[in-house]
Design a protein around this ligand. Structure first.
Ligand SMILES: NC(=O)c1ccc[n+]([C@@H]2O[C@H](COP(=O)([O-])OP(=O)(O)OC[C@H]3O[C@@H](n4cnc5c(N)ncnc54)[C@H](O)[C@@H]3O)[C@@H](O)[C@H]2O)c1
Length: 247
């Protein structure tokens, strides 16, 4: 299939989990891929896999929380690929603790990466999309942004903030031929949730009618739709990918 033929996609947090599954899917659909991640070894490994699909793929070591680094990476992508059609704002981290135990550092670190990182990437990429009157921006929120979650003041604040920014940018950039949408994954089996104890994971599964966790590919498929031309009239939406979880 070639739903993203001739498109250039930046995928942040693309070295692992949902981002990695997205890179593999997008490459299969014909997109050229720029992976932005802090994990150099995993990023370069992935490039070898992507090379096998025959598309152009480059890894850039980028900390999305660092605005200067993000600006430099955009310049590099423009030089290497000539344009940017798709930005998948997928990088995210957890530093869980209950309100009484959460340190200021834990709060700030998560906001810097999950919220400011999305601002940094979108602000740096948007001018190049505006120039061509075309763009697809998709960002990773979470179901917990809609319902809250014990021990995640910082994470929930960042993911709810992403929904807010999605709504603002859908208005601001929608006039320029760019759509901005968010995905709200439920419980997805990636490294991110590996540290969660077995009994809590089982309780999470029980909230899903099909009694299972989602896969990285489940989320990647929705990113694909929102990044494709077919989603041209979807803007400012938040799509849950949670198996119908009753949280
Ligand atoms: N797994 C879930 O259950 C779940 C649920 C809801 C939302 N999400 C969101 O989906 C996104 C992907 O999650 P995942 O489960 O694949 O996580 P993951 O931990 O498997 O992968 C996240 C990737 O982001 C990268 N990253 C972290 N900080 C970065 C930074 N500052 N700059 C660049 N890259 C950075 C990591 O190196 C890693 O490759 C995240 O935003 C996460 O919050 C995940």
């Amino acid at each position: 299939m070639s739903r993203l033929k001739d498109k250039v996609a930046i995928i942040t947090g693309g070295a692992n989990g949902i981002g990695k599954a997205t890179a593999i899917l997008f490459a299969r659909e014909g997109a050229a891929i720029a992976i932005w991640d802090v994990q150099e070894e995993k990023g370069n490994e992935l490039i070898k896999t992507l090379d096998e699909t025959g598309v152009k793929a480059i890894f850039y070591k980028v900390n999305t929380a660092d605005a200067g680094m993000v600006r430099e990476a955009v310049t590099a992508v423009m030089k290497d690929f000539g344009k940017i059609d798709i930005l998948i704002n997928n990088a995210g981290i957890l530093r869980d603790a209950s309100l009484m135990k959460m340190t200021e550092e834990q709060f700030d670190t998560v906001i810097q990466v999950n919220l400011k990182g999305v601002f940094n990437c979108t602000k740096a990429v948007a001018p190049f999309m505006i120039e061509r009157g075309y763009g697809r921006i998709v960002q990773a929120s979470s179901v917990v942004a809609l319902y809250g979650n014990f021990g995640q003041t910082n994470y929930v604040a960042s993911k709810a903030g992403i929904i807010g920014m999605t709504k603002v940018w859908a208005r601001e950039l929608g006039r320029k031929g760019i759509t901005v949408n968010a995905v709200a994954p439920g419980f997805i089996a990636t490294e991110m949730i590996e540290s969660i104890p077995e009994h809590i994971l089982n309780a999470m599964k029980e909230k899903v009618p099909a009694n299972k966790l989602g896969t990285a590919e489940d989320v990647a498929n929705v990113y694909l739709f929102l990044a494709s031309d077919e989603a041209g009239f979807v803007n400012g939406a938040v799509i849950s990918v949670d198996g119908g979880a009753v949280v």
